[in-house]
Structure formats: structure tokens, C-alpha cells
Write a protein of this length. Sequence first.
Length: 205
Amino acid sequence: MRYKAVVFDFDGTLVDSNDIKRQGFFDLFPRTPEHASCVEEALANANDNDTRYQTIPRMIEHMRGKSLPLASADVSYYVKAYDRAMIKKISHCPELEGATQVIMSASQSATLFVSSNTPETSLLKILRARGWSKYITRAYGYPRSKPETLATILAETALPGASVAVVGDGESDENAARRNCCAFFRVDSGTALLRIAAGWTLELS
């Protein structure tokens, strides 16, 4: 394998969690068409770098603007509830095909990292629950940005960008790789991880 380090995105790259995270926003609020419309509007205006800390306040702002009832006036109430639900659900949701296999195999010849917009403490809990922590040297999450995380990894490993591969499904992953002169591999299908790993000539058994 030509890469000395691999930096994996998490949601949509290692675990099939994008729909779970999206539905989780709707589950936070009363099940009315009006509340759902506010959630949809906030999600439609979100970008790849937005986290629950930006998205949930926008949803609540829309709801308050329409005088919709809310269970709490405290934004942190909803952020914490969302966080608890996602840790529970994503710890046990399906992985993308071959994720465990790819992680185990890649760890034999490269140093592995995870870079995610998920809060770092939550990310670490999920990785432990899934049994992946022992293969991952370090996991980075919110409030770190992905370019910042990748720059930190390059500095701490003293590796040139050409020796580091970034694997992800979002524009933020690709942009971070480009800014730091690293290779980028896009996860654009359920079988993409196995295809990418085959390109690294990893032996998957």
C-alpha cells in the first residue's frame, strides 16, 4: 500500500448513517406538518460543513418565527437529545459494505485516523461501541474542522501530503484533502470502500 496514513470520514463513509441523522432532526420536534416544514427548510439551507450546533438553532429559529410550540426554550436541550439519540442509533446501525474488513486490513500497513463533524466525545463512544477504536490511532471530531484536522495529522506524523489518503463522501472531505495536498477517494456507493481498498491492493479476506 503506497499510503502511510488513511483518514476516514465517518457518516456515509464507514457507517450507513446519513438517513438516520437526517430523520433524527425530525424526531426532536412535535410531529406536525408545520414543525416538519421548519426542519426541512433548515436542512435545505445547510451545507456540508454545518453541524448539529448550527442546524438545530436554525430549526428552532424558524419554529419560533411561526410561533410553533416547543418542549423547551433551551437550544442545548435539543442538541443534547439529538446527541444521545445518535450515539445510541449509530453505534449499532449498518456499516457500509466491507467497512470493518477495510479498517482491519488497512491498519496492518497504514496509520488510521477518523475525521468527522460529529462531536469528538460522541464519535469516540461510537467507535468504541463498534469495536473499531483498537484500529484507529486517533479520531477527531467537532469542534475541529476537517482542514484543521488534516493539517494536524500531517504535522504530528511528519508525513508529506502525497503519503496520506483521505476517504469520504462529502465536499468537506475533498476540500480538506486538496488544501493539504493529499489524495482523495470518494465513497459514492455502498460498495465503494471495497473498490477503493482493492485499488490500494489490500488483501481482503
